[in-house]
Design a binder for this molecule. Sequence first.
Ligand code: NAP
Length: 248
Amino acid sequence: MSLVGKLALVTGGASGIGRATCRIFSKEGASVIVADRDPKGIKDTLDIINDKSKEKHLGVELDVTKSSSINNTLEKSLEKFSKPPSIIVNCAGITRDNFILKLSEEDFDEVINVNLKGTFLIIKTFANSIVEHGIQNGSIINISSIVGKYGNIGQSNYTASKAGVELLTKTASKEFAKLGIRVNAVFPGMIKTNMIESVPDKVKDRFRSMIPMGRFGEPEEIAEAITFLASDKSSYITGASIFVTGGF
Ligand code: NAP
């Protein structure tokens, strides 16, 4: 699945699934823009993916909820590479779990802002730039979640945001098909990253017992599906929802 010569933006690239995606993209030959709000994590990802050619990748501090920060990321990409990325991975995401009866308005808004509005803002800014630069073969991959399909106790804000990501993906795929940009969504199950560290053990055990493959996934197992969607191997796939859940 060669990505030689491609330029990719990975939001949430400082951790978990985003970091694994940066690693596999760079192994497949892409230049990667590692974008996240965590500067230390960005540096650690760059240390992992940089080899001798330290100039190949770029780290940018990004808050996906702020248009000014997104514009700054685009400007830095254009400065360094003279073109926008043709591969965009919307991986930045947060949880603020609570039961609906106790969930604060702030925690509802924050999760929707990062997971759903952030995905929209990134798509809008970078797809416009892809079109302006006459780039064909664009590929946008949005990270939803399997709980965004079925719901999950204590995650009304998160599941609503991730369900929104699915329909944002499908609509964008219809609008962008004639522009040469494919848009797809990946739905991870339970994946071993910082995000699930705060989940209580008994909840984790309950989830594990419902996974036919009997285990949680590794970030790399999501990153491989993302890499397929980023590559020309998936050239006729757009508007798709791909579940990577161990059968959950
Ligand atoms: P993670 O390890 O927590 O990584 C998420 C990254 O996104 C973190 O570096 C985080 O920074 C960053 N981020 C959060 N808000 C941001 C913002 N406003 N602007 C820029 N970056 C921001 O989590 P992960 O498990 O890899 O999650 C990656 C994606 O997969 C998320 O969209 C998540 O919802 C989705 N997902 C994960 C699982 C799972 O089981 N792990 C399952 C289904 C879906 P901070 O650390 O500073 O917050």
